[in-house]
Design a protein around this ligand. Structure first.
Ligand code: FAD
Length: 470
């Protein structure tokens, strides 16, 4: 089928309000959030229903047209940006944003893939329930994108990754067939769990159109402490102490270095230094429960009091009001945006066995500084999950194109060191275009063979998100 004929059939079938082909209408859909990747596409499809997704994919498969599923475009690996093939179509789920149902007896929620995460969290809250997936991009990312990347976020230490919060998935395969896996059952041991293949598949197997999610009791009482630590080793000891003393109430254990805080203080508006002195690193801890806030604050104050006494932290600020709690969180949440304002950073989203983090950070920094004098690490992340965002900026005074020129070699060193500690090169952001080469080089050959076989079953003509992941 010629391009013109394909576009004509697509437009006739779905309608001109669903298919955009004018270059000016397509242009906003071909770049990623960080502006690292800009590709090409002949059309953007914005369906309103699962049936329209099915019609679109069937036509694309017939014509051999590559399809790039797109959620909120907050992914950090270039997964939702098309490659340079002018035949691509971008399929955006943004119009499929309905909450289909909330069941407060079964504690489930069924939502369309284009539902913004923050909106569905608020809807769950209005029904007196909690959907615990939470991340700094939650008012832009979509639940379909969260499933496709198996997103993590700040509450994994308590509630697990996205795949642990999903009961069912509806998806459209490249053939146009609809995978009706939108079950809300807690228990269903009928063979292979196919929805789990779609979760984390980064748009390479099909298009997720809806999800059935687990809801939990609201844990509205919250207490937060920001503690200044001397080293990652202290952070690790503090984590063990809090885990033992706060148990399941421990909801977030975040880490960032003094360099990250400096960046936030420089670029984010309305933030203030939390302590009179600058410290090498900080941990931000949240505990939450249905119990009273006073009780939580007393618990946190007691544990942090012990930690200060034993020298496990140097200073600490416990939130005394919601406003304070939010301003402590902002110090952590503004890091990504402040990095963006600071220029191009090399980003690595790695995970390690948690007890190896201090040794990894020490050997990694020594190795990088020896080979790239003046390189500036900005390290933060979900320490309680063993997940570090190990980001690097060019040495002061270096060519602004440093990240583009030297980035590949530097990243290889980081990922090599991660492998030496039995870590993972992608903790929660996925592979996309950014890490594809390293993924293919480092992944176990048997695992790769199995993944390729699965891809072949779901997408025999290879139209789903080419150039990503595999
Ligand atoms: C400031 C900031 C903070 C962040 N913090 C975190 C964090 O703490 N934890 C974390 O895990 N991530 C984080 N991210 C990354 C990002 O928000 C997540 O990866 C998120 O899950 C992506 O969702 P999205 O809707 O934006 O997906 P997109 O970026 O649009 O797409 C991501 C991938 O999923 C595919 N895809 C999207 N929708 C579908 C669908 N319906 N069906 C099939 N495939 C689909 C795309 O093709 C692409 O490969 C952060 C990003 C930013 C900008």
């Amino acid at each position: 089928m010629s391009d013109a004929h394909f576009l004509q059939r697509l437009t006739e079938t779905l309608g001109p309000d669903v298919v955009a082909t004018a270059p000016d209408d397509v242009a906003p859909w071909v770049s990623d959030w960080r502006g690292l990747y800009t590709g090409r596409a002949q059309a953007v499809i914005r369906p309103r229903t699962t049936e329209q997704v099915s019609q679109a994919l069937a036509l694309c498969q017939q014509a051999g047209v590559p399809v790039v599923p797109r959620g909120g475009n907050t992914g950090l690996c270039g997964g939702a940006a098309p490659d340079n093939n002018a035949a691509n179509v971008v399929l955006s789920l943004d119009r499929m944003d309905k909450i289909r149902s909330i069941d407060t007896i079964a504690n489930t929620m069924v939502v369309e893939a284009g539902c913004i995460l923050g909106n569905l969290r608020r809807a769950a809250g209005d029904a007196d329930r909690l959907f615990p997936l939470s991340l700094a991009a939650e008012d832009s990312c979509q639940i379909g994108g969260n499933l496709a990347t198996n997103a993590g976020g700040v509450n994994v230490v308590r509630y697990g990754m996205t795949r642990e919060l999903v009961l069912g998935v509806e998806a459209v395969l490249p053939s146009g067939e609809i995978f009706h896996g939108l079950r809300t059952l807690r228990k269903d041991n009928t063979g292979y769990d196919l929805k789990q293949l779609l979760i984390g598949s980064e748009g390479t197997l099909g298009v997720i159109t809806a999800a059935a999610l687990r809801l939990l009791p609201r844990a509205d009482s919250r207490a937060v402490v920001l503690a200044a630590v001397d080293s990652p080793d202290q952070a690790l000891k503090l984590f063990s102490l809090l885990f033992a003393q706060c148990g399941p109430r421990l909801q977030a254990f975040e880490f960032f270095t003094g360099a990250c805080l400096d960046l936030v203080l420089k670029h984010a508006e309305g933030v203030q230094a939390p302590f009179p002195d600058r410290h090498p690193a900080y941990v931000l801890v949240e505990i939450a429960d249905t119990a009273s806030e006073d009780l939580l604050n007393s618990l946190l104050e007691a544990v942090i009091g012990d930690a200060l006494e034993c020298g496990l932290c140097q200073d600490a600020a416990v939130s005394a009001s919601l406003a304070q709690l939010q301003s402590l969180w902002r110090l952590r949440e503004e890091i990504s945006e402040s990095q963006r304002a600071d220029g191009l950073h090399l980003k690595h989203d790695v995970s390690l066995p948690i007890e190896a983090i201090p040794a990894f950070m020490a050997s990694m920094e020594a190795r990088l500084l020896a080979r790239h004098p003046g390189i500036r690490p900005f390290i933060f992340g979900h320490f309680g999950d063993g997940n570090l965002h190990y980001n690097l900026s060019r040495p002061a005074g270096a060519d602004p194109k440093w990240a583009l020129n030297e980035g590949k070699a530097v990243s290889e060193e980081v990922l090599e060191e991660v492998a030496r500690y039995d870590g993972s090169i992608s903790a929660e952001h996925g592979i996309g275009q950014l890490k594809r080469e390293s993924f293919l080089a480092l992944k176990d050959p048997l695992e790769l063979r199995l993944m390729r076989a699965i891809k072949q079953v779901f997408d025999p003509s290879g139209i789903m998100n080419p150039g990503k992941l595999l």
